[in-house]
Write a protein that binds this ligand. Structure first.
Ligand code: HEC
Length: 178
């Protein structure tokens, strides 16, 4: 490398360090100044939302893709229905049933799984339910439920996008939650 090349390299390195220092200082300013509004009455800014969604998507995909998944059976779906009604419906709603009123006050708002369940593989749903999602309000059910019960819930959740309100009620999942 000639003297000129070396200078250019040092200049670029100093520039990069400068950018990092400014970004770091801006980050600390956000943390300490109280400028960021944590109120759940306001929607997330679109950048925050994008960063959170993308982080969650990639994190779950990376950790869940190799999990061995049992083939779902009708018994598993039926067993998962009552678990869903007890532990999930008040946040995630169901065919013909709204989420509990208070759950609409959450940010992020828990999605209707009648739609969102189609975006995740069975392994990913299992991982999400077992481990939960930090800083989102999605609880981890692994500490309180064994894997067999969680796979029952997964079998049920994966049927939700195609499930009619009648079928949902028939499975005993449709009663109003509070
Ligand atoms: C207290 C409310 C609450 C309960 C109870 C709850 N969840 Fe969640 N769940 C959330 C929130 C909040 C998210 C994250 C939403 C986001 O970031 O978009 C989430 C995310 C999810 C996701 C990913 C969906 C997506 O596209 O973001 C799945 C799948 C899921 N939950 C399944 C379940 C199941 C199954 C149960 C019951 C065993 C359950 N959840 C119980 C609040 C809840």
């Amino acid at each position: 490398m000639g003297a000129g090349g070396k200078e250019a390299w040092l200049g670029a390195a100093a520039g990069a360090l400068g950018v990092l220092a400014v970004a770091g200082a801006a980050g600390l300013l956000v943390v300490y100044s109280g400028a960021y509004n944590v109120a759940a009455t306001e929607e997330h800014a679109s950048f925050t939302r994008w960063a959170f969604d993308t982080t969650m998507q990639n994190s779950v995909e990376r950790r869940a893709s190799d999990l061995p998944a049992p083939a779902p059976t009708a018994e598993m779906v039926a067993a998962g229905a009552s678990e869903y009604r007890e532990y999930c419906q008040h946040c995630h709603a169901g065919p013909g049933v709204e989420r509990a009123e208070w759950a609409s006050g959450m940010r992020p708002r828990p999605p209707h799984l009648t739609e969102a369940a189609a975006n995740w593989s069975p392994q990913e749903v299992f991982w999400l339910v077992r481990h939960g999602v930090k800083m989102s309000g999605m609880p981890a059910f692994g500490p309180t439920h064994d894997d067999a019960t969680l796979w029952n819930i997964v079998a049920f959740v994966k049927e939700l996008p195609a499930m009619t309100p009648e079928r949902y009620a028939e499975l005993g999942a449709g009663e109003e939650a509070h």
